[in-house]
Design a binder for this molecule. Structure first.
Ligand SMILES: Cc1cc2nc3c(=O)[nH]c(=O)nc-3n(C[C@H](O)[C@H](O)[C@H](O)COP(=O)(O)OP(=O)(O)OC[C@H]3O[C@@H](n4cnc5c(N)ncnc54)[C@H](O)[C@@H]3O)c2cc1C
Length: 345
């Protein structure tokens, strides 16, 4: 078998914003053995620099894509090792993230339950070090396998190699996108490690009458909260939070706290993390609409596609939001999704 090649591929169903762009050529990679042949074919392509695609849930595509696109569909989940204390699991990069979370819970493992229902694939999880409800994937990450798209060399990365940060890793920094992640491993706990102190998890569990929650109960509670708070991309196109919470120096945070009562702020390793959603809301953007490009009515951080918004319209709206926050707060917002195409924020 060889990787499947599709010319002039429609991307509307392959990105959660539902942006109707096309890829000049899309390769679907279903087996690791097909990767050398795919890389050889790419060397014959006049346009270097392929784009690796997972579930398309953290992308803003601003136009048709001339770069070859590789859709990673590598499947497989297995337990590599385990004892009474912990279990080491591995999954192919194309597996659904939420599918892996649910499968890990069925193995009796703790560690991924707060990350339930995050869209996308396993291979993308380390790219921006996904996080939710007080937990980041780096806390249980063991290692990943990746192949260098330029040389074809395979390499194992441990957590230090990945240099994880807040919504960040070595793969998001210059040159990092030459790596195609093929498999990821997590070391999970067999002992209960409930993390309930974030957001409404405790209230949700209490409402369900759950006093001694299992990991499945926690994942169910997180999923219920997420379903209430976030728009379902199948119904309303979006890529989750569009901006990262900015990290600022303590002096600026103090000055802002005095000027802007109620601005949520959290200590973050010598810096202070501010709530991007609160600042955007204060600038009056919640529910705003420019044609089909809009801001979710209930969640100021989520940009939405009400129908046929193109990438440029969403990007233009994101720029206006960023500029208004900068004008009022003096803080620079950075996008969380990867902007694909010639335009930049
Ligand atoms: C409704 C909604 C809620 C969300 N909530 C959260 C949340 O709570 N926390 C959070 O962190 N994120 C959240 N996200 C963002 C998104 O789900 C995650 O970032 C997810 O990990 C993206 O996975 P993906 O497979 O869709 O990646 P894609 O969007 O396809 O790709 C994202 C980036 O990863 C790269 N990439 C993808 N696969 C590979 C691979 N195998 N090898 C190398 N590079 C790869 C791509 O090139 C791109 O740069 C949310 C998104 C939506 C739509």
């Amino acid at each position: 078998m060889a990787a499947v090649r599709i010319a002039d591929a429609p991307l509307g169903a392959l990105n959660t914003f539902g942006i109707e762009a096309r890829a000049r050529v899309l390769w679907r990679l279903e087996a690791l053995d097909d990767l050398p042949g795919l890389l050889a074919a790419l060397r014959a392509d006049p346009v270097a620099d392929p784009l690796v695609l997972g579930g398309g849930s953290n992308l803003l595509i601003t136009g048709d894509i001339d770069r070859p696109v590789i859709q990673v569909a590598l499947a497989g989940r297995r337990v590599l090792a385990g004892d009474d204390a912990s279990v080491l699991i591995e999954a192919g990069a194309g597996e659904s993230w939420d599918g892996l979370v649910r499968w890990s819970l069925a193995q009796g493992a703790w560690g991924l339950e707060n990350l339930a229902l995050i869209p996308g694939t396993v291979g993308a999880a380390p790219i921006q070090n996904i996080g939710a409800y007080g937990v980041e994937q780096r806390e249980t990450f063991d290692s990943l396998d990746a192949t260098d798209l330029l040389t074809g060399t395979a390499r194992r990365f441990d957590a230090a190699d990945c240099a994880f940060g807040y919504r960040d890793s070595v793969f998001k920094r210059p040159g990092g996108d030459r790596w195609l992640v093929t498999a990821v491993r997590y070391r999970l706990s067999r002992r209960p490690l409930p993390r309930l102190d974030y957001g409404e998890i405790r209230d949700e569990l209490a409402r369900a009458g759950c006093t001694a929650p299992t990991a499945v109960d926690v994942a169910d509670a997180v999923s219920a909260i997420r379903r209430r708070r976030l728009p379902d991309p199948a119904v309303l196109g979006n890529a989750g939070s569009f901006f990262k919470n900015p990290l600022v120096e303590p002096a600026l945070a103090q000055a802002l706290a005095a000027r802007e009562p109620g601005l949520p702020a959290w200590p973050a390793g010598g810096q202070v993390k501010l709530s991007a959603a609160w600042m955007i809301d204060r600038c009056g953007w919640k529910g705003h609409r420019d044609g089909d490009a809009g801001v979710h009515a209930a969640h100021a951080l989520v940009l939405v596609n009400h129908g046929h918004a193109g990438g440029p319209a969403l990007l233009a709206l994101a720029r206006r939001i960023r500029d208004s926050v900068h004008a009022r707060f003096g803080v620079e917002l950075e996008p969380e999704p990867v902007v694909v195409g010639p335009a930049r924020l």
